[in-house]
Design a binder for this molecule. Structure first.
Ligand SMILES: Nc1ncnc2c1ncn2[C@@H]1O[C@H](COP(=O)(O)OP(=O)(O)OP(=O)(O)O)[C@@H](O)[C@H]1O
Ligand SMILES: [Mg+2]
Length: 307
């Protein structure tokens, strides 16, 4: 298979600190590739290397057939990139921002007007073309920033937490656009902390302390990472009860999900023991992606503690 992005032991160190450690990923065309991980795990650093902004310390990779270390300048004009702190010009209007980025990405002059209009339609900014960007609220701004990033119709799009700080409705709208772009053949690399968005990715890579610790479809992650029977229970003072339950020999794992506890056991007999012990109503559930990620983060922490 031909990949739009492919890396081979891609590594970035800052002094003696390793931010990205021997990363190997392959992304096929037209897929939405979700990149998840705790704060400071190396997501933005990875994106910066893939965009040709940051030189890898070792290892290598290709984006759209160009070598990351040797052909970074060829990659930059071919991709769309929305950085975590994306830069729109607040003192320009909606129209002026789009027109500016069209120029920056060398959209041919005779196509600019149509292309800007296309982005205004996409972002649902009709009637607000002359509005000052500073006056737009979160969701509109984010869609305008996306418009600026894709005005040159890049084949590959990098989005670094594009939906943080906007309303759930705006997030959904934003991801619908991402999905449409992917359906039209754009390959999308996106970092997010939201599980509903991760669920909509074709593939999820999970990175922790610079190391890739899981990489699969959302369905496979749910199937393969939680081994045992997962039960949900509602208890008064559930935060305090967590510690007692965790100590039970029959319990493999216990975590808090809002006002509920999720408990992992190995057998029906152990499930019964849990019920007898807590006297709560114990309900068997299918693992969600959140369960998978809580589990993965814990595994990593335990490994680090045992080192
Ligand atoms: N230029 C730099 N110099 C030194 N350390 C850096 C530099 N850039 C990033 N780091 C460190 O590398 C680690 C990874 O940072 P990175 O920004 O890639 O994480 P992230 O996964 O994007 O986090 P977040 O979810 O908070 O955005 C962090 O510990 C960060 O402090
Ligand atoms: Mg980041």
């Amino acid at each position: 298979m031909e990949y739009v992005v492919s890396t081979n032991d891609l590594t970035k160190t800052f002094g003696s600190f390793t931010a990205v450690n021997k990363l190997n990923i392959d992304i096929p065309k037209g897929k939405i590739y979700g990149f998840l991980g705790p704060n400071g795990s190396g997501k933005s650093t990875t994106i910066r290397m893939l965009c040709g902004i940051l030189q890898p310390t070792s290892g290598n990779g290709q984006v759209l057939g160009y070598n990351l270390a040797l052909e970074a300048e060829k990659i930059k004009p071919k991709i769309g990139y929305m950085s975590q702190k994306f830069s729109l010009y607040d003192d320009l209007s909606v129209f002026e921002n789009l027109d500016f980025y069209a120029g920056l990405y060398s959209v041919p002059r005779h196509q600019r007007k149509a292309r800007v209009q296309e982005m205004i339609d996409m972002a649902e900014l009709n009637g607000r073309e002359q509005e000052l960007t500073a006056n737009l609220s979160g969701g509109w701004k984010q869609r305008l920033a996306l418009g600026c990033a894709i005005i040159s119709r890049p084949e590959m799009l990098f989005l670094d937490e594009p939906t943080s700080g906007i309303s759930p409705t705006s997030r959904k709208k934003f991801f619908n656009i991402i999905q449409q772009l992917a359906n039209q053949g754009t390959t999308v690399f996106v970092t997010t902390h939201f599980m509903d968005e991760a669920e909509r990715c074709n593939n999820i890579a999970f990175i922790s302390e610079g190391t890739l610790i899981a990489n699969d479809t959302p369905d496979n992650l749910k199937k393969n990472f939680i081994k045992g029977i997962l039960a949900e229970l509602e208890l008064p003072n559930h935060m305090e009860r967590l510690k007692d339950i965790e100590k039970l020999s029959s319990v493999k794992d216990c975590s808090v999900h809002g006002s509920l506890l999720h408990v992992l056991v190995d057998s029906k007999q152990q499930l019964q023991q849990l019920q007898d012990y807590t006297k709560a109503e114990v309900q068997v559930i299918t693992p969600s992606l959140e369960d998978v990620f809580i589990n993965l983060s814990k595994q990593k922490r335990n490994e680090a503690a045992n080192e």
